[in-house]
Design a protein around this ligand. Sequence first.
Ligand code: ZN
Length: 149
Amino acid sequence: MRRIACVSLVALLVVVFCGAKRVATPQLIYSLSDDAKQQIQTALPGSRLMLMEVTAYCPCVKCCGRGAHGVTASGARITQNGGQFVAADTSVLPFGTKLVIPGYGSGPVEVLDRGGAIKGNRLDVFFPTHEQAKAFGRRWVEILVTPND
Ligand SMILES: [Zn+2]
């Protein structure tokens, strides 16, 4: 009796593990090298890694609708930081949070915007043109969230 119970527990764990693995392993992950992660975590203690689904947008009517007028939801203009910033779910990553996003930006970028579809582990990175936003596509990216000071 006891042995059967143990065997079925193992079987259950195998099923749960395999199921979780299938859901949690996206096809394409962009991430920093281990060296880069270590350097940032040493320079900014308290930095943490998050796996995010990242898409891109631009100031066009298709991406932002009418009436955006070059101003983000935080009040910052879209020209801030050379036009390198992101939209996030501000209940997860508040305005002003600085992120290191492999494949986007020339350094850390700030959360300055939010959007209806940007919830939970979703991010939208900003580009000046629709072509650039489209070329970025949709990716899974392991980002570094730097601590707020
Ligand atoms: Zn656009």
